[in-house]
Ligand binder design. Structure first.
Ligand code: PMV
Length: 320
């Protein structure tokens, strides 16, 4: 009744922002992401009838705040009549700072719980279960370039291109640590209810998905770069125009964007993307990774940089 799974965060190149069903946590738009290789969450789940309640330890510290969400996710995977569980999570990167730690955490959680309780769900079902807990987590079930298609009454997640088939690199510039000001669920709802750009955002998403899919299919870096930056800035425009406005960037985020622009002008194959947090993620061809790392590390205000390639989906690492 115990198992351990590992999953990596993913970074959306075509973003998910907005929900069409808050009850089932279904996204209003499809998205395309890349699953990372070297940042990961390891999740141990043990069901034990002798426990009186679930308990959650995150990086060696009890975490009662996240526990209800984790318990709900376990109920969805195993059934509400399950035994209480001891859940222990460890991540090798800052959590709750716009680095998609909830994606790697919930992807690893559903895989570990499924093995511990021997429920034998399909990969597709596990992706839906992870997505119910955190929309972006559905994508971390799969590796490489991943599309989450937003179908009529469900989501459909699949790998468009395995990590090894187009091995890009990602340099994450950490511009601030600590939890973000507004969580994504609340922020998305504020955008849906108040942003004058929200409807256009949803309307245009399929065009951006088509363009990104074509860029990935052709391994055309410049084509993917152009649509990814456009989609990222469009999502942030929706946030900026919300009431109250949500600005996740800081001055260093802008410095990093400027550094990427300068590198592009020098012919370096790199583009940026930014999620609901102040970190900038620079995606580049592997030959450029040293130059990108150095330039971002030297950018005023950057606290740290992390470098990673693309990796595989969530998997079991111990089922005993
Ligand atoms: O899955 P959530 O609720 O953490 O939302 C993720 C939202 C973004 O990271 C901003 C975009 C995305 O597609 O990952």
């Amino acid at each position: 009744m115990r198992a351990t799974a590992r999953a990596q965060p993913n970074i959306a190149l075509i973003k998910y922002w907005g929900k069409r069903d808050t009850e089932q946590n279904l996204p209003a738009v499809g998205s395309i992401s890349i699953t990372l290789a070297d940042l990961y969450t390891t999740m141990r789940v043990g069901f034990d009838e002798s426990l009186s309640a679930d308990s959650l330890v995150v990086n060696d510290t009890g975490n009662p705040v996240m526990l209800p969400r984790v318990s709900r996710c376990l109920d969805a995977v195993v059934g509400a009549d399950r035994a209480p569980a001891l859940i222990a999570s460890e991540s090798n990167f800052p959590i709750a700072a716009g680095l998609a730690s909830s994606a790697s955490a919930f992807a690893a959680l559903v895989v570990a719980a499924d093995a511990a309780a021997a429920t034998h769900h399909s990969r597709e079902r596990l992706a839906r279960l992870a997505g119910q807990a955190s929309g972006s987590a559905a994508r971390s079930i799969y590796g490489g370039f991943v599309e989450l298609a937003n179908d009529d009454d469900a989501i459909e997640v699949s790998t468009l291109c395995p990590a090894d088939d187009w091995p890009l690199s990602v340099v994450v510039a950490i511009t601030a640590t600590g939890p973000k000001a507004v969580g994504s669920t609340e922020a998305m709802e504020t955008s849906r209810a108040t942003s004058p750009f929200y409807a256009r955002w949803v309307e245009q998403q399929n065009d951006d998905l088509d363009e990104a899919r074509a860029g990935i299919g052709a391994r055309d870096f410049a084509r993917l770069a152009a649509v990814a930056e456009h989609n990222c800035l469009k999502m942030h425009s929706v946030m900026w125009a919300s009431r109250p406005p949500m600005v996740y960037w800081n001055a260093t985020t802008l410095e990093c964007m400027d550094a990427v622009r300068q590198m592009q002008a020098e012919g370096i194959p790199v583009f940026f993307t930014i999620d609901a947090g102040p970190q900038l993620k620079a995606v580049c061809e592997p030959a450029a990774v040293e130059a990108v790392r150095e330039r971002l590390a030297a950018t005023e205000g950057v606290e740290a940089v992390m470098v990673t390639g693309l990796g595989d989906g969530a998997r079991l690492i111990d089922d005993g």
